[in-house]
Every structure is written in C-alpha cells, then in structure tokens.
Design a protein around this ligand. Structure first.
Ligand code: GUN
Ligand code: FE
Length: 417
C-alpha cells in the first residue's frame, strides 16, 4: 500500500468537482483503495508521498487524435478542412509507407502525449497496417490504454492513400485478428469519414466489427460540407450517423464520434441509442473546422462527452487546455446562438477531460476507490501573494498551465520517469 498526503481533485459527477485537502489517498496494487481525512491505524507504516502544495488529479484521456499528423502541428492553420486535407494532411499521411519515418514520428508522438499527462487515447493511424501496428504495439508495451485504428479510405482520395475495397477489408481483418487479445492497446474500426468510404466498405467493416467484437471511431457531422456530402452519397440515410448504424458499425464495441458539431435530432437519437461518445476538439474546431459543438445540449440529451486534441487540426497534445477552450467556446456559442445553447461550467469540461472520457476504457479518469491510479501531480501555479484552493489550482492549470506544471505522472500506481 502507498499513501499520498495533501490535496486531491477529481470529478464526482459531470457537474461537480470533489476536492480534498490534508487527506490521505491510499493506493493498493495500482488501484485507489480509499481517501481518508486522517491516517488510518491500519496504514501506519505505509510509505507516504508528501504532496506539499501540489494537487493530485486523474490523468487525461484524449478521445480523438491523429498520431501521423504530429509533424504538422501548428502548421497550415490558415486552411479550412477540405484544402487542409488535400494540400497538407494527405501528402503527410502518404509518407507512412516508410517504416523508418513512421517509427520516428510515433515514438515522438507518444512521448509528447505522456509529457502532456494523457495516458489513455483513441487514435487514428493511417491506411498503412504495418505503421499503425507499430503505434499500437508501442502503446501496448508502455501500458497505455488505447484504441488504435488502421484508417480505411477507398474512394475520392489521392492515389497514394487510395485502397481497393477488398484490400482495405482484408488488411483490416488481419489487423483486428493480430491485436484482438491485447491487454491495453486494442484495435478499433476507423473509416476515415463518409466522403472517402464506399457503401461496400462500410458494410464490410460492420461485419468485421460484429465478428471480432470491436467498435468504431470516425468523423461525424464535423462540418456543414461533410454532413451534406454524407447524405448526398448515402441518400437512403437521413443523417450522417445513420450510415454507420445501417452498416452495423455501432454495435461491436465503443463508438467514438469525433466533432459532432452539426448533429440533427436523428444523429443525436442514434448516437444515444448506441451509447456512443461525442468528442469535442476545441482547437481543431477553431482552426480548420470553424463550427462549435452544442456541448450543453448534447450533455442534456444524455450523450457521454469527451475531449480530443485532434492533432494536427489541433496544435497541442494538452487535453487540459482543451478543457479550458471547451468552456470558452460554449460561451461564444451561447452568445451568438442563445436558443438551445448555454455556457458549460469548468467542472463539466474537466469531467469531459477525465471521468466521462475515461469511462470508455474502464475504471480510469477518477480517483475514487476502485479506479486505477492513473494520476498527475500538478503544481507551481500559485503566486506568492495569493493562495488558491485545490480546485482553483486545477482550473488555472487548464487555462494557463504548461507541461512543466505536471510534476509527476503515475500509471497503474507506478511513477513514470
Ligand atoms: N476529416 C477527415 N479526415 C480528417 C482529419 O484528418 N482531421 C480532421 N479534423 N477531420 C477529418
Ligand atoms: Fe480528426
């Protein structure tokens, strides 16, 4: 048993932070055993880590990130989605046929993720099975909870990224079979988005999802162009989400709908029916998409909400800054579109960064008893002239923090060094 003495903050509910001071958090075999106001008699003699003025919080989960786009972060940010993809992103992803390049990028990407306190992620690779397999294997070896997808695209894509339908399905089945028994990093179906996937491909992927019991991540109603293009290509479907439901892609495992910025009532009904997560990616939204998720309304509708860095449409791996940005964007949306929209609280945004998103992986994203001790020790955010409550330290970290303020990272109870 190990003990941590000091301040602790986590999400009790989607709207409420739990905050403890001068308390003892006990970790047993990598799992939180309890939080005590005084040192229990039975734990005397256990090793104690003194937190001083620092605060323990849960590690973050990033539910939408493109690992191969890491070299492009902070570049080409004056484009909008279609040009950004065609001129910058697709040529970059084509380079992942080269394993030397892939290994170098993926190693640097994973170091940066952990540096930013993200220990769980749902990740896009590229169409390349070998490179995406390397990424998944590295996450498994590091013990990082993940769902990693080999991307599928069999139409309206540049020749360097265009798969045949049969080839795409064959490669995906190999990928699923190879990693089905993994403990931490697991495969997930990853059709890029409706504009680059044929009906045959999506139905084939749906059959694979049911056969192997895996879920799906994709971009859903991410822009007005994409939402319109989806139903133009699939005229028997009333909305983007219905395409994936009809293909049987929403039943095999976790469903992750990235962006979900322009959902119709039917998109919302379908995602809720299948328990899918809607992932807001605030930086990406501002830079290349230019739309804002109706966060409060989706939360009220019972959709689990999460945050994504969406590297490299987003420019930083820090999920903590996305939590701050989610609050800011909800205020802008409620100002310009007051009907049906209201600002969200910081507590709600923090739960999107930790507990709501962590639930996708199991018992991570909180520091309540029974959760795995995947945690961060943050500090160095107070001024000499003003002391802050633990919850205020967490809020300042999300708005103004940097990786230097993460003073320790714990994965399943072990400090990462
Ligand atoms: N839609 C299709 N592909 C992409 C991508 O790589 N990034 C984002 N943000 N949207 C997409
Ligand atoms: Fe994306």
């Amino acid at each position: 048993m190990e003990l941590y003495h000091g301040s602790i903050v986590f999400s009790r509910t989607t709207e409420e932070l739990a905050s403890y001071t001068d308390s003892y958090l006990a970790v047993d075999n990598g799992t939180v055993e309890g939080i005590y106001p005084t040192l229990p008699e039975s734990l005397r003699g256990a090793e104690i880590t003194e937190l001083g003025g620092d605060v323990l919080i849960p590690a973050f989960s990033d539910l939408h990130v493109h690992a191969p786009q890491y070299p492009q972060r902070g570049l080409a940010m004056d484009e909008l989605l279609p040009q950004w993809l065609a001129l910058h992103t697709f040529p970059l992803e084509a380079r992942f046929s080269d394993m030397d390049y892939a290994r170098a990028v993926y190693d640097a990407f994973l170091d940066d993720l952990v540096e930013h306190g993200t220990l769980h992620a749902v990740v896009f690779g590229t169409i390349h099975t070998e490179a995406t397999g390397y990424l998944l294997e590295r996450m498994e070896a590091r013990g990082l909870d993940a769902y990693v997808g080999k991307v599928n695209m069999d139409c309206d894509s540049p020749a360097s990224l265009l798969e045949t339908t049969a080839g795409s399905l064959r490669a995906t089945e190999d990928f699923l079979a190879r990693y089905a028994a993994n403990r931490f990093a697991k495969p997930i179906l990853t059709p890029r988005f409706a504009p680059t996937c044929s009906r045959e491909l999506l139905f084939g992927l749906g059959a694979l999802g049911q056969k192997y019991g895996v879920g799906m991540q994709t971009h859903v109603v991410e822009s007005l162009w994409e939402a319109a293009e989806a139903v133009r290509r699939f005229p028997d479907c009333s909305c983007d989400t219905e395409i994936y439901e009809r293909a049987g892609l929403l039943d095999g495992g976790p469903v992750v709908a990235a962006h979900f910025i322009f959902p119709s009532e039917e998109d919302i009904r379908i995602l809720r029916r299948h328990g899918g997560w809607a992932v807001q990616c605030p930086d990406a939204t501002v830079s290349i998409i230019a739309g804002i998720m109706p966060t409060a309304a989706l939360g009220d509708a019972g959709i689990p909400l999460a945050l994504g860095s969406d590297l490299a449409a987003g420019h930083s791996a820090g999920i903590y800054s996305q939590a701050a940005r989610a609050v800011q964007l909800s205020k802008i949306k409620s100002f310009y579109e007051p009907e049906g929209n209201r600002a969200i609280s910081f507590a709600r945004a923090f739960s999107m960064a930790t507990k709501q998103s962590g639930a996708l992986f199991g018992r991570v994203g909180s520091l309540e008893p029974g959760y795995r001790f995947d945690a961060l020790r943050i500090g160095g955010l107070e001024d000499s002239f003003e002391s802050l409550t633990p919850a205020e330290i967490v809020e300042r970290f999300c708005y103004a923090g940097e990786t230097k303020h993460i003073r320790a990272r714990y994965l399943a109870g072990k400090e990462l060094t």
